[in-house]
Design a protein around this ligand. Structure first.
Ligand code: PGA
Length: 306
């Protein structure tokens, strides 16, 4: 059977008005076009659907069954239209965000505010390292990613929205605690704990030490900022990470940021999506929200206070 929606619409209109002429007016068609549609529908089902007795039109038994199904189908199309209309405005649907592990220190606060504005958007947040973020972008598995430096080799739409200073962290009893403008070379006598390969922080750190031609001794490889902070507090070495990740430990006096020349190492946080990706209205609303408001909402002490 090759029934069209148009045939079903014409058929149910003829039944509703009990008239070909009024159905034609209703649907903005000519009367012969209406007759043609009904004939084609009857040809498809291979049964008569309407009978003309006197001046009235009656449904055959098959016509009653077809009418029932036609109404169901047309109702479903109306429902679909209504549901899709909701997606034409922000506030509905699903939003898939992935954030660098370090961004996890502020991403939930942003999502909370976004959720207050758009409570019906269901947000999925995946927190992982830079390498995994790039894989998710390449696979088109996410709408947007919050990360440090976006890579040059992928076709991406990237907007920076907040500074991301990288700092050296040390335990409070470290000799650096009282030093002022400690020269970079002094770092060569220290041991640095490093994040896992694939971490954006590690990449930035290695690049910085290479650029300044420093011979750094690397200690344990640790796969999370949390574990690095614990290890630094335990005296296993120094660490280097986003200042966003150490706010609480600084406040509690568990870690310090020594005054080392050329630090902090200035980077930015970026909101990144694939170029050409069709962002839903909710995803666009999230993008605008982060790019325009995140910095103001996540008030932080000025860099000069580091
Ligand atoms: P990371 O990401 O968690 O992979 O180190 C932070 C960044 O890209 O700057």
């Amino acid at each position: 059977m090759n029934i069209t929606l148009r045939q079903l619409k014409v058929f149910s209109s003829v039944v509703k008005h009990n008239s070909y002429t009024r159905a034609a007016e209703d649907l903005n068609l000519s009367q012969p076009a209406v007759s043609m549609q009904i004939k084609q529908l009857e040809n498809q089902v291979r049964l008569p659907l309407l009978e003309h007795v006197g001046k009235k039109i009656y449904l055959t038994q098959a016509g009653q069954i077809v009418l029932q199904h036609a109404r169901d189908v047309l109702q479903q199309i109306d429902d679909l239209d209504a549901v899709l209309n909701e997606y034409k405005e922000p506030g509905h649907g699903r939003l898939r965000i992935a954030a660098a592990t370090t961004a996890n220190y502020f991403a939930p606060a942003l999502l909370r505010i976004f959720h207050e504005r758009y409570p019906l958007v269901s947000v999925h947040l995946d927190v992982t390292n830079r390498k995994a973020l790039l894989a998710q972008l390449a696979e088109n598995d996410v709408d947007m990613v919050i990360m440090g430096m976006p890579p040059g080799e992928m076709d991406l739409e990237a907007g920076s929205f907040m500074e991301n200073p990288l700092v050296v962290i040390a335990p409070p009893d470290h000799a650096f605690a009282t030093g002022k403008k400690i020269p970079l070379r002094a770092l060569e006598k220290e041991i640095f704990l490093v994040r896992e390969k694939g971490s954006g922080t590690r990449q930035a750190m290695e690049r910085f030490f290479r650029k300044h031609d420093l011979k750094i001794t690397y200690g344990m490889e640790v796969s999370s900022d949390e574990a690095i902070k614990q290890s630094v507090q335990a005296g296993l070495g120094l660490g280097l990470m986003s200042r966003d990740a150490v706010q609480m430990e600084l406040t509690l006096g568990r870690l310090i940021i020594p005054d080392i020349q050329r630090f902090p190492l200035m980077r930015s946080w970026y909101l990144v999506s694939r170029k050409g990706k069709h962002l839903s209205p909710s995803a666009q609303a999230f993008r605008d929200f982060v790019l325009n408001e995140a910095k103001g909402l996540l008030r932080k002490p000025p860099i000069s206070a580091l």
